[in-house]
Design a protein around this ligand. Sequence first.
Ligand code: SF4
Ligand code: SF4
Length: 189
Amino acid sequence: MSSKRGAPSLVAKLEAAASAYQDAQVIPHCSVCAKPCCRLDALVLELNWKQVKVFWHLDESRATFDQRLSAGQGPTEIRAGNGLYYAHQKACPAYDMTARTCKVYGQAIKPAGCSDFPVYADGDSLTVDLRCEAVDMGVLLEWVADAVGPEFRVVHSADAEFPFLVAVSLRRAAGGAGGSKRPKKPGRK
Ligand code: SF4
Ligand code: SF4
């Protein structure tokens, strides 16, 4: 059941808390980060064809590029799959290594995954990627608790396979008021 008209849903509150946390606690650290995610040492960047074309300054057709890639003559850091492209182990071409900034910041061409990292909504919970050194779980949990209010208890658990991924979800606090919002499901995905 949806929340009352005008009142933000719980998911919307979580998303807003994640976004506000990133703006206040993560982005200011990017310029001094010891292991910038944009170098793609650990992370894989998911791209569509348009992004690949623009970032790598390609003027060939997609078919020609795909052929080149499958023949091992394309950029070695790019793999194709599921109609998308995945870049890894070489810095993103849109990363300005000197200024340590994203050259496409605020532009539509910027991959959605870049804006989400390292805290993003995942269904009715948040996923936090601890590979970002700016993340402080204690501060983030307080941030979420403030956003959802005392009616909910904030819980977190690390992914069994990838422990650097932590799911943050909510439980209705003991004695909390009833209501139309659904209780949280444990875990992620
Ligand atoms: S890993 Fe985190 S702090 Fe470092 S550049 Fe990426 S988002 Fe910024
Ligand atoms: S598009 Fe920008 S934010 Fe995303 S990996 Fe490249 S430089 Fe980093």
